[in-house]
Write a protein that binds this ligand. Structure first.
Ligand SMILES: C[S@@+](CC[C@H](N)C(=O)[O-])C[C@H]1O[C@@H](n2cnc3c(N)ncnc32)[C@H](O)[C@@H]1O
Length: 358
């Protein structure tokens, strides 16, 4: 089995407090709801059950599941769709379901397991570890799902941290607005990680099985500088630099902080899937953007959403009070300039890949 020991883990805030992922994942939920009918369609039309062994459990995995509740809703929907398909095709017996919840070992699995739905119709198991390595035995999983997780790189590209490298990302916390070399270093890491992800899934998924991915990205025609996620990180970086200029935090700490997230375009993903060769792209499309009014409340929720996502990255660099102050000024900035987030490109990329028999 391959190991990926250099992987970095930044799980979402656990528990069920005000700044937990559980209480701040309604944006992801609303998009997962949009994706639900597409998942039903994919299971009805693209899942090929011919080679599945009758009477054996049907295995589903949710990679990067975090703490719920979104993962439970998605899993329930997948199971309903599979049951419906088996009934329609009159396949008997109806299989038992086994569900694997995967995330980094540092994810709050306790909260996840404590909140498992009482009426669940499956055997649940936790699988700790990075999805950029193997997680399951060969040809053992029928449907793999992953939402809002694959934009996280396995690590910050090394070049951007090296003083003296042409890709050293001084004064910025992300590739947004950085030199071409920095963007390229992030892209190289994304390609390497996604190749590893597909190589592992190609081993694990049975022929005819599906990999369903929902991930924030960037439309093909939108440059990195205009992608909303990138714009938000650029604003966050500016707020940090302001704090450094005011002497509240150490500028070197800003230099050494880089957020390991990459917003890929459908074309970038397609090229990697094609090169891998083990999957047929059954569907790859951008979901419509959910437009919200530019209110103070929206700016505040957006700021909390970014905080819940990247707080674990910041915690390794700054004191809690500095992080509170940072997000206060970030929230104020978004409130003052709604144009920062109300226009520009964002794509939630929805893909269905079917394991072919190569
Ligand atoms: C924003 S949450 C998404 C949670 C859930 N899938 C949803 O849609 O609401 C992203 C999750 O992906 C996990 N993650 C990121 N990189 C990962 C990796 N390499 N292996 C496993 N989990 C990873 C994070 O720890 C985090 O819990």
């Amino acid at each position: 089995m391959e190991k990926n020991d250099s992987s970095q883990a930044y799980p979402m805030n656990g528990g069920d407090g005000d700044s937990s992922y559980t209480n701040n994942s309604s944006y992801q939920k609303s998009l997962s709801d949009v994706a639900m009918s597409l998942i039903n369609e994919a299971i009805a039309d693209m899942l090929d059950t011919q080679n599945f062994v009758r009477g054996h459990p049907f295995r589903i995995a949710d990679l990067g599941c975090s703490v719920g509740p979104n993962t439970f809703t998605t899993v329930k929907n997948i199971i309903n769709s599979v049951q419906h398909k088996y009934q329609t095709l009159k396949i008997t017996p109806m299989p038992e379901f086994q569900v694997f919840f995967n995330d980094h070992a540092t994810n709050d699995f306790n909260t996840l397991f404590k909140t498992l739905p009482a009426d669940k119709e499956y055997f649940a198991a936790g699988v700790p570890g990075s999805f950029y390595s193997r997680l399951f035995p060969s040809s053992s999983v029928h449907v793999i799902h992953s939402s809002f997780a694959l934009h996280w790189l396995s690590k910050v590209p090394e070049e951007v941290l090296e003083r003296g490298s042409i890709a050293w990302n001084k004064g910025r916390v992300h590739y947004a607005g950085s030199d071409e070399e920095v963007v390229l270093a992030y892209k190289k890491q994304y390609v390497k990680d996604t190749e590893a992800f597909l190589k592992a899934r190609a081993e694990e998924v049975v022929c005819g099985g599906l990999v369903v991915v929902l991930v924030p990205g960037r439309p093909n025609e939108v440059p990195h500088s205009e992608c909303i996620g990138n714009v938000l990180f650029e604003v966050l970086g500016c707020c940090l630099l302001d704090m450094a200029k005011e002497g509240k935090i150490d500028e070197e700490k800003v230099d050494s902080l880089n957020i390991p997230i990459y917003y890929a375009s459908p074309q970038e993903l397609k090229e990697i899937v094609d090169r891998n060769g083990c999957f047929t792209i059954e569907k790859m499309k951008g979901l419509p953007r959910i437009v919200e009014p530019e209110t103070k409340d929206h700016a505040r929720r957006l700021a909390i959403g970014v905080r819940v996502g990247v707080e674990a990255v910041l915690k390794g660099h700054f004191e809690d009070e500095s992080i509170d102050e940072l997000f206060q000024s970030f929230s104020n900035r978004l409130e003052e300039q709604p144009s920062l987030y109300s226009s520009g490109g964002a794509a939630i990329l929805f893909s269905v890949l079917r394991r072919n028999d190569k």
